[in-house]
Ligand binder design. Structure first.
Ligand SMILES: [Zn+2]
Length: 401
């Protein structure tokens, strides 16, 4: 029988206390019956709703109907009820799970009921089931494969070369791709009428005719300007490798690209000799192409080194024989040797440009070398067209993944 607020006729202390304890006992009994959140809401509203909740009714029926001299006692009792009911409502936890007893375990001797869930627990409503169904994950499905990128063959070759020199104690230096004529040519001992300064070979930035020649901007044609920039900032001794992109006014074909990659090296110290250059590069080539390769230096010319040389290694495709089985070896043009880089002792004229920073050509000496990374990558991976490196065709690139 649901609790209803009784009318009070007797406002004596005993009568009030009895009414209060009956009310609280009823509330407690109802709290015990609450099984889920919907029932909890009904329970809370029944007792605490401002409009017509039991607490409001008690306020109306008991307090306002009380004789004057009993108002204070009735008010005190009412506050007590309010507090207790509030605590009872707050204490209800849903869903309420009774302690497990044997009764809940299916009896193997009887037929299992159609629904195996515990009957004392609330069933999910239709919306809950739809929500769960929409978020269900089939853990047996294969996962989403995200392809992992790989290093571009040119960048990979570049990292390999830089890595060899880093192990020798070299650090990496970089510089701007847009350079001034001063750093790209003048400070590297290119005379004013050198053919490399012609727009036939160099890509100049347009509209700079009004500037003095040494300030005119261009796309650097080699990584060598970083040699000067580094020597301006760091005093000797110095050991650096300089990887980066360079540009030349070459129409693209199978072996030329207007943009390509170089790695430059520079070592400056007291008493650096051509023997140091040969020993360093011989070690680097063996580290890059295998210990069986031989190195060979041939005289050459570069404006910023004196003496200068080209370095050849035994062809790492035919092993130096010039033949691949019965066929001629194309990469080395049947010579058994492949040119890999240009090098030489730093020209004293170059040191003159950074003399004030400790590079007195009478006191220090050094060697420099530079190689085209793309050409080495072509040889290394047996690719016959440099354009393939820059077209971004995934079918080509994924072969290196
Ligand atoms: Zn060969």
């Amino acid at each position: 029988m649901a609790y209803t607020v009784p009318k009070l006729t007797d406002y004596s202390a005993e009568a009030l206390e009895k009414a209060v304890s009956e009310c609280l006992a009823a509330c407690e009994a109802e709290a015990d019956e609450v099984r889920n959140s919907a029932e909890l809401k009904l329970f809370r509203d029944r007792w605490m709703a401002r409009k017509n909740g039991i607490l409001t009714q008690i306020n109306e029926v008991w307090l306002k109907g009380s004789p004057k001299d009993a108002k204070r006692d009735a008010g005190r009792q009412l506050n007590l009820i309010k507090e207790q009911v509030g605590q009872l409502v707050k204490a209800v936890k849903v869903p309420r799970v009774p302690p497990l007893t044997e009764d809940y375990w299916p009896n193997p001797t009887t037929t299992a009921p159609a629904w195996h869930g515990r009957p004392d627990l609330p069933r999910l409503c239709v919306e809950d089931e739809a929500l769960i169904a929409s978020q269900r994950v089939d853990v047996t499905l294969p996962g989403i494969r995200r392809p992992i990128g790989a290093e571009h063959p040119v960048i990979r070759t570049m990292h390999e070369i830089v890595g060899v020199f880093q192990k020798l104690g070299y650090s990496v230096a970089e510089g701007p791709v847009v350079e001034t004529d001063y750093y790209n040519f003048e400070a590297l001992n290119f005379p004013p009428n050198h053919p490399a300064r012609d727009t036939q070979d160099t890509l100049f930035i347009a509209g700079q005719q009004s500037k003095p020649q040494r300030e005119r901007l261009l796309l650097r044609t080699h990584t060598s300007p970083v040699q000067i920039r580094t020597m301006e900032k760091m005093r000797p001794p110095i050991r650096i490798v300089i990887p980066g992109t360079v540009h030349r006014n070459d129409p693209p074909d199978a072996s030329h690209s207007p943009m390509f990659h170089q790695i430059e090296g520079l070592a400056v110290d007291t008493n650096i000799t051509f023997g140091d250059l040969k020993g360093t590069l011989d070690h680097a080539m063996k580290a890059l192409f295998g210990t069986s390769v031989k190195t060979h230096f041939r005289p050459s010319f570069f404006p910023f080194t004196e003496p200068s040389a080209e370095l050849y290694v035994t062809c790492f495709i035919c092993g130096g024989s010039g033949k691949r089985g019965p066929d001629p070896c194309r990469p080395c043009k049947q010579t058994g040797w492949i040119e890999v880089l240009g090098c030489g002792m730093v020209d004293p004229n170059v040191f003159e440009f950074v003399k004030d920073n400790g590079y007195d050509p009478k006191k220090v000496s050094g060697f420099a070398f530079g190689m085209g990374v793309d050409r080495l990558a072509l040889l290394k991976y047996g690719v016959d067209d440099i354009q393939l490196f820059f077209q971004g065709d995934v079918r080509f690139l994924e072969q290196f993944g």
